[in-house]
Design a binder for this molecule. Structure first.
Ligand SMILES: Nc1ncnc2c1ncn2[C@@H]1O[C@H](COP(=O)(O)OP(=O)(O)O)[C@@H](O)[C@H]1O
Ligand SMILES: [Mg+2]
Length: 189
Protein backbone atom coordinates (compact mmCIF):
# COMPACT_ATOMS: atom_id res chain seq x y z
CA UNK A 1 0.00 0.00 0.00
CA UNK A 2 1.35 3.38 -0.84
CA UNK A 3 0.45 6.97 -1.09
CA UNK A 4 1.34 9.85 -3.32
CA UNK A 5 2.59 13.15 -2.15
CA UNK A 6 4.25 16.21 -3.57
CA UNK A 7 5.55 19.48 -2.25
CA UNK A 8 3.01 21.52 -4.21
CA UNK A 9 -0.31 21.29 -6.03
CA UNK A 10 -0.26 20.55 -9.78
CA UNK A 11 2.88 18.44 -9.54
CA UNK A 12 1.07 15.53 -11.15
CA UNK A 13 0.28 13.39 -8.10
CA UNK A 14 -3.22 12.45 -9.18
CA UNK A 15 -2.21 11.68 -12.73
CA UNK A 16 0.77 9.62 -11.56
CA UNK A 17 -1.34 7.78 -8.95
CA UNK A 18 -4.00 6.99 -11.57
CA UNK A 19 -1.41 5.80 -14.09
CA UNK A 20 0.32 3.58 -11.56
CA UNK A 21 -3.02 2.13 -10.43
CA UNK A 22 -3.96 1.30 -14.04
CA UNK A 23 -0.55 -0.26 -14.71
CA UNK A 24 -0.73 -2.37 -11.54
CA UNK A 25 -4.25 -3.53 -12.36
CA UNK A 26 -3.25 -4.42 -15.91
CA UNK A 27 -0.37 -6.48 -14.59
CA UNK A 28 -2.92 -8.56 -12.66
CA UNK A 29 -2.69 -6.98 -9.21
CA UNK A 30 -6.05 -6.26 -7.62
CA UNK A 31 -5.73 -2.55 -7.01
CA UNK A 32 -7.77 0.06 -5.14
CA UNK A 33 -7.19 3.74 -5.89
CA UNK A 34 -8.49 6.02 -3.12
CA UNK A 35 -8.89 9.78 -3.53
CA UNK A 36 -7.61 11.03 -0.18
CA UNK A 37 -7.18 14.59 -1.43
CA UNK A 38 -10.19 15.93 0.45
CA UNK A 39 -9.29 19.48 -0.52
CA UNK A 40 -9.02 19.28 -4.29
CA UNK A 41 -10.14 15.81 -5.32
CA UNK A 42 -9.64 14.99 -9.02
CA UNK A 43 -9.62 11.18 -9.25
CA UNK A 44 -13.39 11.10 -9.92
CA UNK A 45 -12.89 13.42 -12.91
CA UNK A 46 -10.12 11.28 -14.35
CA UNK A 47 -12.42 8.23 -14.26
CA UNK A 48 -15.74 9.90 -15.12
CA UNK A 49 -17.20 9.39 -11.62
CA UNK A 50 -18.81 11.71 -9.07
CA UNK A 51 -18.04 12.59 -5.44
CA UNK A 52 -21.54 11.65 -4.30
CA UNK A 53 -20.17 8.75 -2.28
CA UNK A 54 -16.59 7.77 -1.52
CA UNK A 55 -13.93 7.97 1.17
CA UNK A 56 -15.75 10.44 3.43
CA UNK A 57 -18.95 8.38 3.30
CA UNK A 58 -16.98 5.20 4.01
CA UNK A 59 -15.45 6.86 7.08
CA UNK A 60 -18.85 7.68 8.52
CA UNK A 61 -20.47 4.37 7.51
CA UNK A 62 -17.60 1.96 7.97
CA UNK A 63 -19.75 -1.19 7.87
CA UNK A 64 -20.77 -0.19 4.40
CA UNK A 65 -17.37 0.84 3.03
CA UNK A 66 -17.44 -1.54 0.12
CA UNK A 67 -20.55 0.12 -1.31
CA UNK A 68 -18.55 3.36 -1.75
CA UNK A 69 -16.53 1.83 -4.59
CA UNK A 70 -16.76 2.05 -8.38
CA UNK A 71 -15.31 -0.30 -10.96
CA UNK A 72 -12.37 1.23 -12.85
CA UNK A 73 -11.98 1.17 -16.64
CA UNK A 74 -9.70 -1.89 -16.60
CA UNK A 75 -10.01 -5.27 -14.94
CA UNK A 76 -8.63 -5.48 -11.35
CA UNK A 77 -9.02 -1.74 -10.79
CA UNK A 78 -11.44 -0.32 -8.22
CA UNK A 79 -11.85 3.37 -7.44
CA UNK A 80 -12.95 5.04 -4.21
CA UNK A 81 -13.64 8.72 -5.00
CA UNK A 82 -13.31 11.37 -2.28
CA UNK A 83 -16.99 11.49 -1.40
CA UNK A 84 -18.55 14.79 -0.27
CA UNK A 85 -15.91 17.24 0.97
CA UNK A 86 -15.74 17.57 4.77
CA UNK A 87 -15.00 20.75 6.76
CA UNK A 88 -12.15 19.00 8.62
CA UNK A 89 -10.01 16.98 6.17
CA UNK A 90 -6.87 16.86 8.35
CA UNK A 91 -8.82 15.50 11.28
CA UNK A 92 -10.60 12.88 9.19
CA UNK A 93 -7.43 11.64 7.49
CA UNK A 94 -5.54 11.28 10.77
CA UNK A 95 -8.47 9.61 12.57
CA UNK A 96 -8.59 6.09 13.95
CA UNK A 97 -11.42 5.46 11.46
CA UNK A 98 -9.07 6.24 8.58
CA UNK A 99 -6.47 3.82 9.90
CA UNK A 100 -9.14 1.18 10.27
CA UNK A 101 -10.40 1.76 6.75
CA UNK A 102 -6.84 1.45 5.42
CA UNK A 103 -6.52 -1.90 7.21
CA UNK A 104 -9.84 -3.14 5.82
CA UNK A 105 -8.94 -2.16 2.25
CA UNK A 106 -5.45 -3.64 2.57
CA UNK A 107 -7.04 -6.96 3.53
CA UNK A 108 -9.23 -6.93 0.45
CA UNK A 109 -6.81 -5.63 -2.23
CA UNK A 110 -3.23 -6.52 -3.12
CA UNK A 111 -2.40 -2.85 -3.64
CA UNK A 112 -4.04 0.25 -2.20
CA UNK A 113 -2.93 3.62 -3.56
CA UNK A 114 -3.92 6.84 -1.81
CA UNK A 115 -3.80 10.14 -3.68
CA UNK A 116 -3.17 12.95 -1.18
CA UNK A 117 -2.86 16.75 -0.93
CA UNK A 118 0.57 18.41 -1.15
CA UNK A 119 2.67 17.81 1.99
CA UNK A 120 4.07 21.30 2.34
CA UNK A 121 0.64 22.97 2.30
CA UNK A 122 -1.29 20.67 4.64
CA UNK A 123 -0.64 18.17 7.41
CA UNK A 124 -3.05 15.61 5.88
CA UNK A 125 -0.44 13.85 3.80
CA UNK A 126 2.16 13.85 6.56
CA UNK A 127 -0.28 12.18 8.96
CA UNK A 128 -1.28 9.59 6.36
CA UNK A 129 2.36 8.69 5.74
CA UNK A 130 2.40 7.10 9.17
CA UNK A 131 -0.60 4.91 8.41
CA UNK A 132 0.70 3.32 5.19
CA UNK A 133 3.58 1.10 4.11
CA UNK A 134 5.26 3.71 1.98
CA UNK A 135 5.10 7.07 0.26
CA UNK A 136 6.01 8.14 -3.25
CA UNK A 137 6.93 11.78 -3.66
CA UNK A 138 6.06 13.37 -6.98
CA UNK A 139 8.34 16.16 -8.13
CA UNK A 140 7.46 18.07 -11.28
CA UNK A 141 10.39 19.34 -13.27
CA UNK A 142 10.57 23.13 -13.58
CA UNK A 143 7.69 23.59 -11.17
CA UNK A 144 8.48 23.97 -7.48
CA UNK A 145 11.86 25.21 -6.30
CA UNK A 146 14.32 22.56 -5.15
CA UNK A 147 14.04 24.12 -1.70
CA UNK A 148 10.32 23.33 -1.52
CA UNK A 149 10.85 19.77 -2.76
CA UNK A 150 13.57 19.23 -0.14
CA UNK A 151 11.22 20.65 2.52
CA UNK A 152 8.58 18.11 1.47
CA UNK A 153 11.05 15.29 1.87
CA UNK A 154 12.18 16.61 5.25
CA UNK A 155 8.60 16.75 6.53
CA UNK A 156 8.15 13.10 5.57
CA UNK A 157 11.49 12.08 7.10
CA UNK A 158 10.56 13.83 10.35
CA UNK A 159 7.55 11.56 10.81
CA UNK A 160 9.55 8.48 9.78
CA UNK A 161 7.56 7.99 6.58
CA UNK A 162 9.03 5.25 4.45
CA UNK A 163 9.82 7.03 1.19
CA UNK A 164 9.63 4.42 -1.56
CA UNK A 165 10.94 6.76 -4.20
CA UNK A 166 10.59 10.03 -6.01
CA UNK A 167 8.75 10.29 -9.33
CA UNK A 168 10.15 12.97 -11.60
CA UNK A 169 7.19 14.14 -13.63
CA UNK A 170 7.63 16.03 -16.88
CA UNK A 171 11.40 15.82 -17.09
CA UNK A 172 12.34 16.23 -20.76
CA UNK A 173 14.28 13.12 -21.75
CA UNK A 174 17.10 15.04 -23.40
CA UNK A 175 17.24 18.00 -21.05
CA UNK A 176 20.76 17.55 -19.73
CA UNK A 177 20.77 20.91 -17.97
CA UNK A 178 17.66 20.03 -15.97
CA UNK A 179 19.02 16.60 -15.14
CA UNK A 180 22.22 18.05 -13.78
CA UNK A 181 20.24 20.68 -11.86
CA UNK A 182 18.50 17.92 -9.96
CA UNK A 183 21.17 15.26 -9.89
CA UNK A 184 24.36 17.31 -9.92
CA UNK A 185 24.59 17.84 -6.18
CA UNK A 186 25.48 15.59 -3.29
CA UNK A 187 22.33 16.13 -1.30
CA UNK A 188 19.52 16.08 -3.84
CA UNK A 189 16.05 15.31 -2.47
N1 LIG B 1 4.04 15.58 -17.33
C1 LIG B 1 2.96 16.35 -17.58
N2 LIG B 1 2.85 17.00 -18.74
C2 LIG B 1 1.79 17.80 -19.00
N3 LIG B 1 0.76 18.00 -18.13
C3 LIG B 1 0.83 17.39 -16.94
C4 LIG B 1 1.91 16.52 -16.59
N4 LIG B 1 1.69 16.04 -15.33
C5 LIG B 1 0.51 16.58 -14.94
N5 LIG B 1 -0.01 17.37 -15.90
C6 LIG B 1 -1.26 18.15 -15.79
O1 LIG B 1 -1.11 19.06 -14.71
C7 LIG B 1 -2.32 19.18 -13.99
C8 LIG B 1 -2.10 18.78 -12.54
O2 LIG B 1 -1.87 17.37 -12.46
P1 LIG B 1 -2.43 16.54 -11.24
O3 LIG B 1 -2.05 15.12 -11.45
O4 LIG B 1 -3.87 16.85 -11.01
O5 LIG B 1 -1.53 17.19 -10.08
P2 LIG B 1 -1.68 17.17 -8.49
O6 LIG B 1 -2.56 16.01 -8.16
O7 LIG B 1 -0.27 17.01 -7.99
O8 LIG B 1 -2.24 18.49 -8.11
C9 LIG B 1 -3.34 18.31 -14.70
O9 LIG B 1 -4.08 19.10 -15.60
C10 LIG B 1 -2.48 17.30 -15.44
O10 LIG B 1 -3.14 16.81 -16.59
MG1 LIG C 1 -4.30 15.93 -7.15
Amino acid sequence: MGRFSSSIPEAGKSLTAANLAIAMAQSGTSTLLVDADLRRPTIHQLFGLTTRVGLTSALTRMDDWSSMLSAGPVENLTIMPSGPLPPNPSELLSSAAMRRLIALTADRYDMVILDTPPVVAFTDGVALSQAVDGTLLVVRANFASRKVDIKAKELLVQVHARILGIVFNGLPADDAAMASYYYGYGEHP
